[in-house]
Design a protein around this ligand. Structure first.
Ligand code: FES
Length: 123
């Protein structure tokens, strides 16, 4: 089970302006909508556009490449089957800490059961 890890100081994230932060090999985006901090993978789950350049409105982001919309509360795509990878956020002493969320849907998308015509197991 993963623990919360320090990401960035609160004063480095401006309201309404997404901020990209590298954590190891990952590029994450931190977004503060004035009420809540959201942290998620910077790459759009559709075709990997950099979501720090996307359009934000309250608790959703609209990718600037193909216009797909994602809910920042649950990562769900609006009218699409893609899912934004979110992180759990904890604020302590004006610092933002994050923890990986288990994304069941993402696992299903990464390893779908695929059958090919003519497969031995194809019936
Ligand atoms: S890359 Fe984001 S909607 Fe296509």
């Amino acid at each position: 089970m993963s623990e919360y890890k320090f990401l960035i100081n609160i004063n480095e994230v401006k309201k309404g302006t997404p901020r990209q932060v590298k954590m190891g090999l990952k590029k994450l985006t931190v977004y503060f909508n004035g009420e809540k901090y959201f942290v998620f993978d910077s790459h759009c789950p559709h075709a990997r556009a950099d979501l720090t350049k996307a359009k934000y409105d309250k608790n959703q982001v609209k990718c600037h490449w193909h216009g797909y919309i994602f809910n920042l509360e649950n990562g769900e795509g609006k009218g699409n089957n893609f899912h934004l990878k979110l992180y759990k956020v904890k604020i302590e002493d004006d610092k933002i800490f994050i923890k990986e969320k288990k994304e069941e849907k993402e696992d299903l998308l990464l390893f779908p059961e695929v059958k090919f015509k003519g497969d031995k197991n194809d019936k």
